[in-house]
Design a binder for this molecule. Structure first.
Ligand SMILES: *[C@@H]1O[C@H](CO)[C@@H](O)[C@H](O)[C@H]1NC(C)=O
Ligand SMILES: *[C@@H]1O[C@H](CO)[C@@H](O)[C@H](O)[C@H]1NC(C)=O
Length: 413
């Protein structure tokens, strides 16, 4: 394994700590030490989907749908075709795409007054919730078993080429209307990458990107670099597995090891890495932690770490030039170029000043790439007080963000 590859793997661990600490921040107490490392997801009974678990008990209509990607992953979508009190008519479709290490449940955890999915349904939209391959309700494959390494042999490039186009196409075909799109975190990266390659441009009406991620170079911290150097060896021996499950023993014990390193403890670690969220409700965070985090592929984590390390946005780097050559016909992975997003495509970007994952400096680079975008098709919103999780489970996201998203969608119906 080359030095670049193991640094990338270690960076993946650091990234996970960052992601999870952000979600755990509101409940972490010094006495808990590495709270993440000792946590367990609640088990959702087999056969219970998102509709039965979360949506129907609140009085909303809900349908479970299923699509199969070209490479055989069977993905589930939950559809909330209308609001609690609306008439029979079905409105404009909207597809909600979650981020990495979570699933579609993230849109359904707060109250109907606070969760984007319910707010959209009550405002007359036909809401479709995506679940990425490998997460709780999208674990099946036509031939591969999730316990096999082959099942997990994909990076977020495959979400760009397979999952997202398949789900958008399904909604488009099923409703005979182009959907609007909302992405959070990795969900924005997948959409931006797809649009930059000219995919989906004629299949979606617009895209609202909450905490847009295209560049990750600025999320680094001195502590992260120290950890990457110190734990490189252990990290790769643990992360040689193809599934990356933040609550699996292999990963939690590695995180515990990080926490024992002289001069660090997990309380400080969490504080150092965490963007300060503005309006998280502690009980909403507790609900969140019942269902998340969800697994992803190690390759996706390594791919994100490559973006973090290299400061450029490229397809997955196989590191060995001959392997890249075999996959791409080039010694280096091809870049995604955000300047290639067609300028008439309506985009809404909302980002937070306290976000240390989608750091404002990195979002600034993306906005720079969009300099040639049609002025009246690009809306950029900057919220000084907001951090990464506020955009999905913040109690004040409706007032600050979602109302703006809905006005934006209504301009492009
Ligand atoms: C926080 O969540 C609890 C439980 O869902 C809810 O009762 C309470 O009203 C919420 N607080 C705010 C400020 O939204
Ligand atoms: C991206 O594309 C633009 C215009 O098409 C070009 O000027 C720029 O150099 C490209 N950037 C990269 C990193 O290739």
């Amino acid at each position: 394994m080359s030095s670049a590859a193991w640094h990338a793997a270690v960076a993946a661990v650091v990234l996970t700590i960052i992601l999870c600490s952000r979600l755990a921040e509101a409940r972490v107490h010094p006495s808990h030490g590495g709270g993440l490392a000792t946590r367990r997801r609640d088990v959702v009974p087999a056969g219970i989907g998102g509709c039965a678990l979360a949506v129907e008990p609140l009085g909303y209509p809900c349908e479970e749908h299923e699509v199969t990607t070209v490479d055989g992953y069977i993905l589930s979508l939950q559809r909330i075709p209308r609001g609690r009190h609306a008439g029979a008519g079905v409105g404009q479709p909207v597809l909600l795409q979650h981020g990495v290490l979570v699933d579609g449940m993230t849109w359904l955890l707060s109250s109907p007054e606070e969760s984007l999915a319910y707010i959209l349904a009550d405002r007359g939209f036909d809401v479709w919730i995506a679940n990425t391959r490998g997460t709780r309700w999208s674990k099946r494959h036509v031939s591969l078993d999730p316990s096999s390494q082959d099942y997990w042999d994909w990076s977020w490039d495959d979400l760009v080429t397979n999952d997202m186009p398949k789900m958008v196409d399904y909604v488009y075909t099923h409703t005979a209307q182009k959907p609007h799109f909302v992405g959070h975190s990795l969900g924005t990266l997948v959409a931006l990458a797809a649009l930059s390659e000219g995919r989906l441009v004629d299949k979606m009406k617009s895209a609202a990107l909450l905490t847009p991620v295209a560049y990750l170079a600025h999320m680094t911290t001195p502590l992260g670099i120290l950890l990457a150097k110190t734990f490189a060896g252990e990290a790769i021996s643990v992360l040689g597995v193809a599934e990356f499950d933040p609550v699996a023993p292999a990963v939690t014990s590695l995180i515990k090891e990080l926490c024992r390193h002289p001069g660090t403890n997990c309380y400080d670690l969490l504080r150092d890495f965490t963007g300060k969220n503005y309006c998280l409700n502690n009980s909403a965070v507790d609900v969140f932690l019942k269902y998340e985090p969800q697994p992803t592929s190690t390759k996706t984590m390594v791919h994100l770490a490559q973006t973090f390390r290299d400061g450029v946005l490229s397809k997955y780097d196989y590191v060995w030039p001959n392997v890249n050559e075999e996959k791409y016909g080039l010694p280096d992975p091809p870049a995604y170029n955000m300047s290639n997003i067609p300028s008439p495509f309506p985009l809404f970007l909302s980002y937070g000043g306290q976000d240390e994952l989608a750091d404002p400096a990195d979002v600034g680079l993306l906005i720079g790439d969009l300099i040639g975008h049609d002025r009246d098709k690009l809306t950029v919103q900057y919220l000084e007080q907001f951090a990464h999780a506020d955009f999905v489970i913040g109690t004040c996201a409706k007032d600050y963000v979602y109302n703006g998203v809905i006005s934006f969608f209504n301009r492009f119906n």
